[in-house]
Design a protein around this ligand. Structure first.
Ligand code: TYM
Length: 332
């Protein structure tokens, strides 16, 4: 069976983009793949995290996965730092990947901002750790949002270079799985910016723990343009806010954008937003409630992550041993 690996950073403010671009798709894929879902706490610390928040946010991501419908019995859910193989393989990949490759990573440029000299070395080497996450399990498919595409291309390059350098066929060349009507959910306040955990405006994102009132308010206040909705997707050209809301509507209702626009052809945003708000509340509020219920039982969540880590270690151990042997590291 093909294997999936994917991850979410526990950096707080889990939002609709994380849900529609990633977690929701994982739910659809489980059963057809052997799945490993990871709370990537080692990635999170590439930017400063308060330790107490990191613990809380790690549990919250695990709760979000389970509340969204990822079955912890059938799939592995764990936090990255409990499996030391991620760090070990990342070091080897630090010596495979080229500085020129990392210099091209747009996410580093965005996250480091103007003060690049002051960014952590971890933030720079981040994509190598991500490649290690995936290849430590020889995963073949990686379901993510659009923004991770470049990192997955680097993962492919690392796998190919490792195999070539050592004359082996050890690592698979992974396939990104980027699908659905909302692979890149944009800010509700600015259709040219990605919805993100770190946007200072709370109104820019719907979080997975927002209650019905908060969801309704954010959709009501979402930026739009003065024209009514078009009847076909071509009519969304040059209208990023309208395109974003139509994509969100389509993804939440499991329809195509064309289908949604067919229904709302010529409708004013006021009506569309009311319906979108009802839809979002119906889909997200039960997930938020379940997340809160799970978060109240930290022993359950922690136990699940520890049990998941043990299963992950069992898969990783022989693969890491094989890699070390190929590299020429003496040992068992
Ligand atoms: P992270 O934590 O930023 O995001 C988690 C997942 O959510 C998707 N996503 C979005 N999708 C649509 N619209 C958006 N606005 C949006 N924002 C985020 C991301 O594409 C991602 O799928 N580097 C990864 C975490 C990671 C990982 C991995 C993923 C570490 N190791 C190995 C896959 C495989 C990240 O920062 O995701």
């Amino acid at each position: 069976m093909n294997r999936i690996f994917s991850g979410v950073q526990p950096t707080g403010n889990l939002h609709l983009g994380n849900y529609l671009g990633a977690i929701r798709n994982w739910v659809a894929l489980q059963g057809d793949f052997d799945c490993i879902f990871c709370v990537v706490d080692m990635h999170a610390i590439t930017l400063w995290q308060d330790p107490k928040d990191l613990v809380h946010n790690t549990r919250e991501v695990a709760a979000a996965m389970i509340a969204s419908g990822v079955d912890p019995e059938r799939n592995i859910i764990f936090n990255q730092s409990q499996v030391s193989g991620h760090a070990e393989l990342a070091w080897i990949f630090n010596c495979v990947a080229r500085v020129g490759w990392l210099n091209r990573m747009t996410q580093f440029k965005e996250k480091a901002g103007k003060n690049r000299e002051n960014a952590s070395v971890g933030l720079y080497a981040y994509p190598n750790l991500m490649a290690a996450d995936i290849l430590l399990y020889k995963a073949t498919h990686v379901p993510v949002g659009e923004d991770q595409k470049q990192h997955l291309e680097l993962t492919r390059d690392i796998a190919i270079k490792f195999n070539n350098d050592f004359g082996v066929e050890l690592f698979p060349v992974v396939e990104p799985l980027i699908f659905g009507a909302a692979t890149r959910v944009m800010s509700l306040k600015d259709g040219s910016k990605k919805m993100s955990k770190s946007d200072p405006s709370e109104l820019s994102r719907i979080t997975m723990t927002d209650d019905a009132d908060a969801i309704a308010k954010k959709i009501r206040k979402a930026r739009t343009d003065p024209d009514p909705l078009p009847g076909i997707p071509d009519g969304l050209d040059g209208r990023p806010e309208a395109a974003n809301l139509a994509g969100i509507f389509a993804a939440l209702s499991d329809r195509t954008v064309a289908d949604v626009l067919g229904e709302y052809d010529g409708a004013p945003f006021s009506r569309f937003k009311t319906d979108l708000s009802d839809l979002a509340v119906a889909k997200l509020a039960p997930i938020g409630d379940e997340m809160r219920r799970l978060m109240a039982d930290t022993a359950y969540v922690d136990g699940l992550l520890t049990a998941g880590a043990a299963k992950a270690r069992d898969i990783a151990a022989p693969i890491l041993a094989e890699v070390k042997k190929v590299v020429g590291f003496l040992g068992a």
